[in-house]
Design a protein around this ligand. Structure first.
Ligand code: AP5
Ligand code: MG
Ligand code: ZN
Length: 210
């Protein structure tokens, strides 16, 4: 399999927001473990039933579950030229497992200070059809119920997008995920962009790395 890209960063950093452009630029499909888990919760599968409690409390879903999910996803035909990972890996164990099944050529970290995260998460809404990401104040759609990207009527808000859960997600990020930055830095494939600026500017910094 050709090389993959990892989008790395705290909750609300803008991984999902920036993923669309990266997909357009590279042709690699977005593989978001968060989106896959939410789809499983909605469908009520065994995976969804197992993951739901962790997600609603803002804890990480166990590594074995996530690694199994990714292994299966990478067998699909569209993954043949590498993928864009969004929100994976999130622990050293996940990164080690990934290194055995796929080559990662670039890790792009979107850096945003903690004090910006709550306001971002609490104003987020997404299109119920294509998943486009919006924000009440920072990135509103032209009509609050209609997606600018695909015209679908009906937006969704996430069950874990509330202030209490966000604090737990941030804690999990700092304790379990942020050590991965050094792990990838040591491997010479880590680049960081300033995520605390206009969405378009963040996209330009990412494009310059790619
Ligand atoms: P996941 O869905 O991955 O959530 P997350 O990492 O918490 O990240 P978010 O999706 O909340 O943020 P984002 O960076 O995509 O930001 P966005 O672009 O939407 O995971 C959810 C849960 O699933 C986890 O808590 C865990 O339980 C489980 N899970 C998932 N993967 C796992 C794994 N690998 N291992 C274990 N467990 C796993 O932007 C946020 C908002 O900000 C939007 O409203 C957007 O419009 C706005 N915004 C974006 N950029 C800007 C900007 N530059 N300026 C102003 N506003 C902006
Ligand atoms: Mg996301
Ligand atoms: Zn849409």
């Amino acid at each position: 399999m050709a090389s993959s890209i990892v989008l790395f960063g705290p909750p609300g950093a803008g991984k999902g927001t920036q993923a669309g452009n990266i997909v357009k630029m590279t042709g690699k499909p977005q593989v978001s473990t968060g989106d896959m888990l939410r789809a499983a919760v909605t469908a009520g599968t065994a995976l969804g039933i197992e993951a739901k409690g962790y997600m609603e409390s803002g804890q990480l879903v166990p590594d074995a579950v996530i690694i199994g999910l990714i292994k299966e996803r990478l067998t699909e035909s569209d993954a043949i030229n590498g993928v864009l990972f969004d929100g994976f890996p999130r622990t050293i164990a996940q990164a080690e497992a990934l290194s055995e099944i796929a080559e990662v050529s670039i890790v792009i970290a979107i850096e945003v200070p903690d004090n910006r995260i709550v306001e971002r998460i609490c104003g987020r809404y997404t299109c119920g059809a294509c998943g486009a990401v919006y924000h009440d104040l920072f990135n509103p759609s032209n009509d609050p119920n209609v997606c600018d990207e695909c015209g679908h009527i009906g937006m969704k808000r996430r069950a874990d997008d509330n202030e209490d859960t966000v604090r737990n997600r941030l804690e999990a990020y700092h304790a379990q995920t942020s050590p991965l930055a050094d792990w990838y830095r040591e491997r010479g494939i880590f680049s960081a962009v300033n995520g605390d600026q206009d969405i378009v500017k963040v996209g330009e910094e990412i494009a310059a790395i790619l």
